[in-house]
Design a protein around this ligand. Structure first.
Ligand code: ZN
Length: 483
C-alpha cells in the first residue's frame, strides 16, 4: 500500500465517533485524503474503514501517562525508523513527542480587519465612532487581500485549517485563502447602507450571488451569503436572501442576538430576535448564526427545531462585556455548536487555542457547574463540531479514512505542555499557539517546522504595517474631528 505522506510516532487524537486515540500512531495520506490511521505496531484502521485490532489504540483513553517529551513518547516506536502501519510513504514525517489532531475550524471571522487590530480598545461606541468611518475610507480590495493573507498566516501558525469569514470585497479573502492553500467559506456582507464595496444599500446581494458562482467547484474555497445582522438587513431582504440561498444551494452567515439594542428592539414586537427572524424564513439548516447571546428557553428550542448552526465566539463576546451565550444549552438541545475567534478587532488574536480554552471556562461560570463541557466536548466544538456548523463534517473535522487530511501537529516539548496526564485536557487547557509545529490542509503542509509555505513572512508583515500606518493616521484625525 503506497501513500504520499505518513505522519508517524505522535499521539493521534482522531476525534472520531469513538474518540479513538492511537499512542503512538500514524496517519497515512494519499491525494490529500486520509487513507490510513492507527496505532504503530497494531493493525489500525485501513483505507477500507475496516477496524483491525490496534495494539495501543483506545476508544476511550484519555490518560497520557504523564509524558509527552520526545524520546519518551517514541520509546515504543522501533528506534528512529519510520513506522507507518504497513504503508509505504514517499515522505515520512517524524511526529514523536507531538499530538497529531484535526486542524481547528474557526466558524466566524472577519480576517481582513487585522490592520485595525487594537485600535481604540475600551472606548464606548467604538463601532460607530471609529470602525465604520475607518472602514468607509480604508477598506479597498488591496487591504482586504493583504489583511486576509496576514491573518491566515496567524491562523495557520495556531493550528487552524479552515475558517468562515464575512466582510467586504470578500472575493479577495477567497483569493488569499486559495493562495495560502487553506479551506474557507467566504461570505459577502449585505447591509442596508452603502458599504465600502457597494454604492447602494443591498448591493451586497448581487455581489454575494456572483461570489458563490465564482467559487463553485473550487476544492478549498466556497462562497456564502452574509447578511450582516437583523438590525442592518430588513425582513423583506432576509426573505429574498433565504430564497437566494436555496436557489444557489449556499450557506448563510449572520450575526444574531449579539447586541442589547437589537434584543430590545425585536423583543418589543416579537418576543425575541430569534422569534422575529423565524417570520422571515432565514432560520434553516443553511444558517450559521454567530454569537446568539440574548436567548430564552423558547429560543433555544426554536434554534434546535429549525436546525440552525451556532458559531460561538466566547472571547470576543467577553471582551465587549456582553452576556455569555447559552452555547452548552444550545448543544444539549441538539444545535450544532462550533467556535470562532470573530475578527481581529473583536477577538484580537485569531488563535483558536485561546477560544477552545475559554469556551468550557465561561460555560462553567454561566451555569455554576464544573462538570459540563468537558475538555473532549470543547475539542469537538473546535474541530468536528465546527465542521458540522459549516456543513463540512463529511469532509473534515476528524482523522478518519476518507476525510481530507487537514491536520495540526503540536510539539509537546515545552514548559507549558508537560506533563500530559490527559491528552484532551492538555490540548484544551495547556497548549498555546506557539506549540503548533506543522499545519496541513488537504495533504499539503501550509506550515512545516513553524515556517509558512505559502508566503514570505517579512513581506506579509510589511504589507500589514503599511495599511496599519495609514489607518492610525485616520484614527487620529477622527479623534480630532470628534473633539
Ligand atoms: Zn462578527
Amino acid at each position: 500500500m503506497e501513500c504520499d505522506v505518513c505522519v508517524w510516532g505522535g499521539t493521534v487524537l482522531t476525534m472520531d465517533g469513538q474518540f479513538s486515540l492511537h499512542d503512538p500512531g500514524y496517519v497515512a495520506v494519499r491525494d490529500g485524503v486520509i487513507v490510513g490511521v492507527g496505532a504503530i505496531g497494531g493493525a489500525g484502521m485501513g483505507a477500507d474503514g475496516r477496524l483491525g485490532a490496534p495494539a495501543r489504540s483506545r476508544a476511550d483513553a484519555t490518560h497520557g501517562a504523564a509524558r509527552g517529551a520526545p524520546g519518551n513518547a517514541s520509546s515504543s516506536a522501533s528506534g528512529s525508523a519510520p513506522d507507518c502501519g504497513g504503508w509505504r510513504a514517499r515522505e515520512t514525517v517524524d511526529a514523536r513527542g507531538t499530538i497529531v489532531m484535526p486542524g481547528y475550524v474557526n466558524t466566524h471571522t472577519h480576517i481582513s480587519m487585522s490592520p485595525f487590530r487594537g485600535a481604540k480598545e475600551d472606548s464606548k461606541d467604538r463601532l460607530t465612532r471609529f470602525i465604520f468611518p475607518l472602514e468607509k475610507r480604508m477598506v479597498r480590495p488591496e487591504l482586504v487581500y493583504d489583511g486576509a493573507l496576514f491573518t491566515i498566516a496567524e491562523m495557520v501558525r495556531s493550528g487552524t485549517t479552515c475558517f468562515a469569514d464575512m466582510y467586504y470585497f470578500e472575493e479577495e479573502v477567497g483569493r488569499a485563502a486559495a493562495r495560502a492553500g487553506v479551506r474557507a467559506l467566504v461570505g459577502e456582507t449585505i447591509v442596508d447602507f452603502a458599504a465600502p464595496d457597494a454604492t447602494a444599500p443591498y448591493e451586497g446581494i448581487a455581489r454575494a450571488e456572483r461570489l458563490v458562482e465564482e467559487w463553485r467547484g473550487h476544492p478549498l474555497v466556497r462562497g456564502i451569503i452574509a447578511p450582516h445582522a437583523p438590525y442592518t438587513v430588513d425582513a423583506e431582504h432576509l426573505r429574498a436572501i433565504a430564497d437566494l440561498a436555496e436557489k444557489l444551494d449556499a450557506a448563510v452567515m449572520m450575526h444574531i442576538a449579539e447586541m442589547d439594542f437589537e434584543h430590545a428592539r425585536f423583543s418589543a414586537e416579537h418576543g425575541s430576535v430569534l422569534r422575529y427572524l423565524d417570520t422571515t424564513g432565514i432560520l434553516s439548516p443553511r444558517l450559521i448564526a454567530a454569537h446568539m447571546l440574548y436567548l430564552d428557553d423558547a429560543d433555544i428550542e426554536l434554534a434546535a427545531t429549525r436546525g440552525i448552526a451556532i458559531a460561538h465566539c466566547p472571547g470576543s463576546n467577553a471582551k465587549s462585556g456582553r452576556p455569555i451565550s447559552p452555547a452548552w444549552r444550545l448543544g444539549e438541545a441538539g444545535a450544532p455548536v462550533g467556535l470562532g475567534t470573530d475578527g481581529p478587532l473583536s477577538g484580537n488574536t485569531m488563535d483558536m487555542q485561546t477560544v477552545v480554552s475559554l469556551y468550557p471556562k465561561l460555560q462553567k461560570v454561566r451555569e455554576g457547574r464544573r462538570d459540563l463541557v468537558s475538555a473532549r466536548d470543547a475539542l469537538i466544538a473546535a474541530t468536528k463540531g465546527g465542521a458540522r456548523v459549516l456543513g463540512l463534517d463529511g469532509q473534515i473535522g476528524s482523522i478518519e479514512p476518507g476525510k481530507a487530511a487537514d491536520l495540526q501537529i503540536i510539539d509537546l516539548d515545552d514548559f507549558n505542555t508537560l506533563p500530559a496526564h490527559d491528552w484532551y485536557s492538555a490540548a484544551v487547557y495547556s497548549l498555546q499557539a506557539h506549540n503548533v509545529r506543522d499545519t496541513m490542509v488537504a495533504g499539503s503542509f501550509v506550515m512545516r517546522n513553524r515556517k509558512l509555505r505559502f508566503a514570505d513572512e517579512a513581506e506579509l508583515k510589511k504589507r500589514l504595517l503599511f495599511h496599519a500606518h495609514q489607518s492610525s493616521g485616520l484614527i487620529e484625525s477622527l479623534l480630532a474631528e470628534g473633539r
